[in-house]
Design a protein around this ligand. Structure first.
Ligand code: PMP
Ligand code: GLN
Length: 386
């Protein structure tokens, strides 16, 4: 049996289609408008001819797992056993599916913070779990022990966090992560932390990987993706880092879903994860510069936004200007009249979430050419002031 939701295409496909139809600037789906680093692409092309094109190991190429382990040591001083604690997946999406399906039984309650990335809830439901959606509230989008604890029952099994958070651009701080650790340990739960934006951070913010938090070392699953870190979103090479016991469990699911990941892309990713710290610094500078361009230009037109701490998404807060329009309605107005496509934040909430808790925001992706950002923000600014 399928639900109506499953018959729909994702919001990202839908908005891209509308963008083409109305010939508008597409700041909807999150992807850079230029290709990824040429040296990494060359490595993948070269590897097609140099290494075997038959099935690589189920857990991923040794060299890639070794280099991801080194990356965790270099960036976070965490010691990860590459043989037992890392699994390579087909993007973060498959990592999420394999992790959620293997950690959720029928009737388990899974806590999700809203606005939530679109794939969490459908996977939880397919696993037979019950999503428990907690809306975060503007302006701080803060999570606290007290608030989460209100939602805990005997069936609570899992918490899914997205740190840094898409679509809000929020970075979880130590006390929020410690609150999660307390809940997890008091109730014998697990946490999945989707960290695909771990390297797109601004204003010298620090990323705290989930297993660096006391009490979460063995109770957590970290998910990463080369798509965002190396601006190669079409490659779909992701990974899971967790304890040996959890990797064995998640690996069992992964082997029946996709089994393995194209070897040449894994080889190229192994090369990419050896990049020096300057690569990551440059990535942050490049995206922070783009964030500042769109933020400053929208501010110039008195369009209110939340300054993101991370990710390549910024949200327009239009409540004061168009209080009667829903995010979907305003998004359509923007496509037709300002010729800019965004994503209505409402799609990241459950249908049962109280309307008053759904923020009136439109998400814009700023991983685009600077002149595109200037043009798009000017068009939005003029529309807001017309
Ligand atoms: N989680 C979040 C929060 C994302 O923004 C994305 C998109 N990059 C994904 C998961 C999916 O990542 P991938 O393309 O590696 O499957
Ligand atoms: N992660 C991207 C975003 O948030 C889109 C991924 C997708 O198209 N499913 O926009």
């Amino acid at each position: 049996m399928t639900t109506n939701k499953e018959k729909e295409t994702t919001i990202f496909e839908k908005m891209t289609k509308l963008s083409i139809e109305y010939n508008s600037i597409n700041l909807g789906q999150g992807f850079p408008d230029k290709d990824g680093p040429q040296d990494i692409i060359n490595k993948a092309a070269e590897s097609l001819k140099k290494i075997s094109n038959q099935y690589p190991p189920m857990k991923g190429l040794d060299i890639l797992r070794k280099n991801i382990s080194k990356h965790m040591a270099n960036h976070y001083k965490l010691e990860i056993n590459w043989e037992t604690e890392i699994l390579i997946t087909n993007g973060a999406t498959e990592a999420l599916a394999s992790s959620i399906l293997s950690l959720t039984q029928k009737g388990d309650e899974v806590i999700i913070f809203e606005p939530a990335y679109d794939s969490y809830k459908p996977i939880v439901e397919k696993a037979g779990g019950i999503p428990i959606c907690i809306p975060l509230l503007t302006p701080k989008w803060e999570i606290t022990y007290k608030e989460i604890n209100k939602y805990i029952t005997n069936n609570s099994k899992l918490i899914i966090i997205n740190n840094p958070m898409n679509p809000l651009g929020k970075v979880f701080n130590l006390s929020e992560l410690e609150a999660i650790s307390k809940i997890i340990n008091e109730n014998n739960m697990f946490v999945i932390s989707d960290e695909v934006h771990e390297h797109i951070l601004f204003d010298n913010k620090n990323h705290l990987p989930v297993s660096s938090i006391k009490g979460l070392e063995k109770k957590s699953v970290k998910i990463g993706s080369a798509g965002k870190t190396f601006s190669l979103t079409g490659w779909k090479v992701g990974f899971v880092i967790a304890s040996k016991e959890l990797i064995d469990l998640i690996g069992n699911m992964h082997q029946y879903i996709t089994f393995t990941v194209p070897p040449n892309l894994q080889q190229a990713m192994a090369y990419a994860y050896q990049k020096p710290i300057e690569y990551y610094d440059d990535l942050k500078i490049e995206f922070q510069n783009k964030r500042d361009i769109i933020y400053d230009n929208l501010t110039k037109y008195n369009v209110k936004t939340f300054l993101p701490e991370a990710t390549y998404f910024i949200n327009i807060d239009y409540e004061n200007k168009f209080p009667d329009l829903s995010p979907e309605e305003l998004c359509l107005e923007l496509i037709k009249n300002a010729k800019v496509t965004g994503i209505p934040i409402s799609v990241f909430y459950d249908k049962n979430t109280q309307k008053s808790k759904i923020s009136k925001l439109i998400r814009l992706c700023f991983a685009k050419n600077n002149s595109t950002l200037l043009k798009a923000s000017e068009q939005i600014g003029k529309f807001f002031n017309s």
